[in-house]
Unconditional design. Structure first.
Length: 520
């Protein structure tokens, strides 16, 4: 068994997981004989895409095998690509596992299985005496499905570990019926500052551009609560829009390799055809593309023979390629999980190119619903089902405009700052304490000495109270919001008044009346 080397934050996460799984659960249930039995501890873990969840997962598996003489480890995923990726991870660390074909025949300690296969063969596994002591669920934000609940109910005494970058659902469903608690890592901005995730530039289509206005007019919703695919295709899969997609790549990411997220198969094929015709080597991939062909094209991308992978719901989960240099979103979404999974593919660091800066090209205005990728999120609230993992549509988007001035220009909302990379956690905390407002030409921003954190774009900035500062835009009827020391927008400037009561609560007056208190 190969030694698994972890970064400091991964080691801290491993220790937290072991502590949570080792503590006896207080929850009990009645078995078929009416006897009370103690269930195994269960924990969900949140780590941003690209920070090494699989390394932590493999370390937990190794800990269980070393400290428990009995009980199997079942690693469960919902897609064949994820199952294969888990097998590759175990191979990398020389952890022997059983294929599903031998699951009923061989005596093994680790099994890598799809939830679909388990749903069919669970009874046979029980009859064969295959009993899990630890169940690991990859991409555990999908564990809300009944199939996972059935798996957990059948194996009540087993420990359960769920790994995900996004513990949230659009439906505001709670994960607490499956997991006792949530362990969250630091936010993505910390990983970027310390060099564990790539810095990035972010450009978004103009507020009143043709593409943003087309997205604003989307009214249909699919069964999952997201935009209806057919309507997205009708409004966005048109030649003029695809030409603008290419123009954005040429302007902001020329010479870089990247991934494009398309609406459906027809949209992906149209984008790839346009890009190829204009000299950018591209290939369209989707779930119907044979696995061999997909693997061949991904390898060609790694070698630089293909410059652009245009995909439909393939690379938002389980795709590991550190030399992705740009991400282009050609499909809008209302799902926070989908948004973060898409942009997260570009934030993985490339050890062979330490100067990598990923360019995120948002042609559909997802930024206006979710903010920047490294914005702090209330994962605890979403885990508990108190908050939905759903985009907030800005109020101006909801208004129907009879007459508009179309502006197709892209807007840069973030430029990468690489001066704070490779800091230790303590150095970063000390550094951020030096952040202060500064004024230039009547506008206010944030900086530490000569290092600009936020460009001077605000007409008002208060002093810091704890880690937060009130910001304002406009002069006559000024609107207020809230920033943190990293420059992240905690509350967008759309309130009549914002007052920090203490370090943990803020009181806001809404534009159209009403006062509310928001917990930070």
């Amino acid at each position: 068994m190969k030694k698994i080397k972890l970064y400091d934050y991964q080691q801290e996460m491993l220790e937290s997981i072991i502590k949570a799984l080792s503590s006896a659960s207080a929850v009990k249930f009645y078995n078929e004989k009416g006897q009370r039995e103690r269930v195994g501890s269960s924990v969900m873990v949140q780590m941003p895409t690209g920070t090494g969840k699989t390394y932590v997962m493999a370390s937990v598996v190794k800990w269980f095998l070393d400290s428990h003489d009995e009980g199997e480890v079942w690693i469960v995923a919902h897609r064949r690509e994820l199952v294969e990726q888990m097998r590759q991870t175990l191979d990398r660390f020389c952890l022997e596992y059983g294929e599903k074909e031998v699951a009923l025949k061989a005596k093994v300690r680790i099994r890598v299985l799809s939830i679909q296969w388990l749903g069919i063969h669970a009874g046979e596994l029980e009859e064969a005496g295959c009993v899990p002591g630890l169940i690991v669920v990859d991409e555990a934000h999908h564990a809300i499905a009944d199939s996972y609940q059935n798996l957990f109910d059948r194996n009540g005494k087993a420990m359960k570990l769920g790994m995900t970058a996004t513990p949230c659902r659009m439906s505001r469903s709670s994960f607490t019926r499956l997991f006792d608690s949530l362990i969250s890592s630091p936010c993505a901005s910390d990983f970027i500052m310390r060099g564990y995730l790539s810095p990035y530039d972010y450009v978004v289509t103009g507020k009143f551009s043709a593409d943003q206005l087309a997205v604003n007019q989307l009214r249909g919703r699919g069964s999952d609560g997201d935009y209806a695919v057919r309507e997205m295709d009708e409004k966005l899969n048109i030649p003029q829009t695809i030409q603008r997609l290419y123009g954005s790549v040429k302007k902001y990411a020329e010479g870089k390799k990247g991934i494009v997220y398309a609406i459906d198969i027809a949209h992906a094929q149209a984008i790839a055809a346009c890009y190829n015709a204009l000299g950018l080597s591209s290939v369209a991939l989707d779930s119907k593309t044979p696995a061999g062909r997909r693997k061949e094209m991904v390898e060609a991308f790694r070698r630089g023979e293909v410059g652009c992978l245009v995909n439909v719901n393939l690379f938002d989960e389980g795709f590991d390629c550190p030399d992705v240099e740009f991400i282009q979103m050609a499909r809008p979404t209302l799902s926070l999980a989908k948004y973060l999974q898409m942009v997260g593919r570009g934030l993985r660091v490339n050890r062979e190119n330490k100067d990598k800066v990923c360019v995120i090209i948002d042609n559909v205005g997802n930024y206006r619903k979710f903010g920047l990728p490294d914005k702090p999120r209330n994962w605890e609230g979403m885990f508990a089902g108190l908050r939905a993992g759903k985009g907030v549509v800005p109020t101006y988007v909801k208004k129907v405009r009879d007459t508009i001035t179309v502006n197709d220009e892209m807007v840069t909302v973030k430029k990468a700052n690489t001066s704070r990379r490779n800091m230790t956690a303590q150095q970063l905390r000390e550094y951020l304490q030096g952040v202060e407002p500064f004024e230039r030409d009547g506008r206010w921003g944030l900086r530490v000495k000569d290092d600009i954190i936020v460009k001077p774009v605000y007409t008002y900035l208060s002093g810091f109270k704890g880690d937060y500062v009130v910001c304002g835009i406009g002069v006559g009827r000024r609107l207020y919001g809230l920033l943190d020391r990293r420059g992240n927008v905690i509350l967008p400037p759309e309130y009549k008044d914002v007052r920090l009561w203490n370090e943990h609560e803020v009181r806001v007056n809404k534009k159209h009346g009403g006062v509310s208190t928001i917990e930070l």
